[in-house]
Design a protein around this ligand. Structure first.
Ligand code: PHE
Length: 351
């Protein structure tokens, strides 16, 4: 744990144990160089506190890069609610209220929205306690609602740009896409791809998500452990992070990795390894910026939903093209290129 704290390049880490809910609340503020730290609140079980802190730290850094690359005036942060079991009903509400009190106490150092394991309804609850610091509440509570369709739109755009790069085709028609995770982002993406004529295969660990994908969306299910081996054009990770590593890169049978999950790479070197295998990687924090960019834009600058969608498509398209170009001209990985882009913007704002 000491190592984790000492080695982190972020600004502040807040750790609180919520005794009634047996939950660790971790708020990682990575950078406020561009603005207040904004990032989702994740609710999940972990094996230990170290794992949860590391996840919060890495996700918060990812948000710094996401905002910087997207050109938003926000800093990077993320919250993790490390629950000991699944929280439902009144216990969940009470936990979220206490968490909301903590966010309120920080008075804008950290602002949050939905993420893996939390929903718009959860933001409504937190927002009762920290009204000025919550994004993604329901429209009934004055929010812009679920970010997932916008995240999916950004990933869809990234897939189009990547297909163009690889196959010189503007359409994803007849391209085969494997989606890992049919949660809120994955299922929206699957629908868009199917409508555009792509062949979509998917997997999920959750039985209800599997049912939804198969029965409602009519997608082909593939077993979880085969997801890296299936031959396809695009592999789209839309679940947890840390799934691109030396061992999975060896197995991948695709032309590109383009997905909505945060922190897809285990190590930065994995991007170079993908490149060496001839697999084009759309850096996660560029491809998946849509939800965060759209929801904060609608709520703080009054964009319409149509304007938000156009901003997302433009940001993803222009950034990815720049990144792919930089990667080949400088002979660096696409991840390095994306970090360069983000760091240039961060450096400009530093005094
Ligand atoms: N979960 C979002 C992301 O990872 C975070 C977010 C959503 C932030 C909505 C603000 C508003 O990008």
């Amino acid at each position: 744990m000491e190592e984790l704290l000492r080695n982190w390049d972020g600004e502040n880490l807040i750790v609180t144990y919520d005794r009634p809910a047996k939950t660790w609340i971790i708020i990682a503020v990575h950078s406020t160089v561009l603005g207040p730290a904004v990032g989702g609140t994740r609710m999940k079980t972990y094996t230990d506190l170290g794992e949860a802190v590391l996840d919060a730290q890495r996700l918060a850094a990812g948000m710094t890069y996401k905002w910087a690359a997207a050109g938003s005036d926000m800093g990077g942060g993320k919250a993790v609610l490390f629950v000991s079991e699944e929280m439902t009903g009144d216990d969940r509400t009470a936990l979220l209220e206490r968490y909301g009190d903590l966010v309120q106490k920080l008075r804008g150092l950290f602002m949050t929205g939905p993420d893996l394991g939390t929903s718009v309804a959860d933001m409504d609850v937190i927002g009762q306690r920290a009204p000025s610091y919550i994004f993604g509440r329901s429209t009934a509570f004055g929010g812009a609602g679920d970010p997932a369709p916008f995240t999916a739109l950004g990933v869809f755009t990234a897939i189009e740009v990547t297909a163009k790069q690889l196959f010189s085709e503007t359409s994803v028609r007849e391209k085969r896409v494997v989606i890992q995770g049919a949660g809120s982002v994955g299922r929206n993406l699957a629908r868009m791809l199917s409508e555009a004529g792509a062949e979509v295969l998917f997997t999920d660990v959750d039985e209800s998500a599997v049912q939804y994908g198969r029965d409602e969306l009519g997608l082909t299910f593939i077993p979880t452990d085969e997801v890296y081996d299936v031959q396809c054009d695009i592999f789209a990770p839309c679940a947890i992070g840390g799934i691109i590593s030396a061992s999975t890169i060896d197995r991948l049978n695709c032309r590109a990795v383009v997905g909505g999950a945060n922190n897809q790479l285990v190590k930065p070197e994995d991007a170079a390894n993908l490149r060496a295998r001839g697999i084009l990687y759309a850096p996660d924090f560029v491809a998946n910026c849509g939800g965060a960019v759209a929801i904060t834009g609608i709520e703080t600058t009054g964009w319409t939903r149509e304007q938000a969608a156009e901003k997302v498509r433009k940001s993803v398209r222009e950034n990815l093209l720049k990144i792919y170009e930089l990667s080949s001209s400088q002979d660096i990985s696409t991840d390095q290129a994306a970090c360069l882009l983000a760091e240039m913007r961060l450096a400009k704002s530093e005094p």
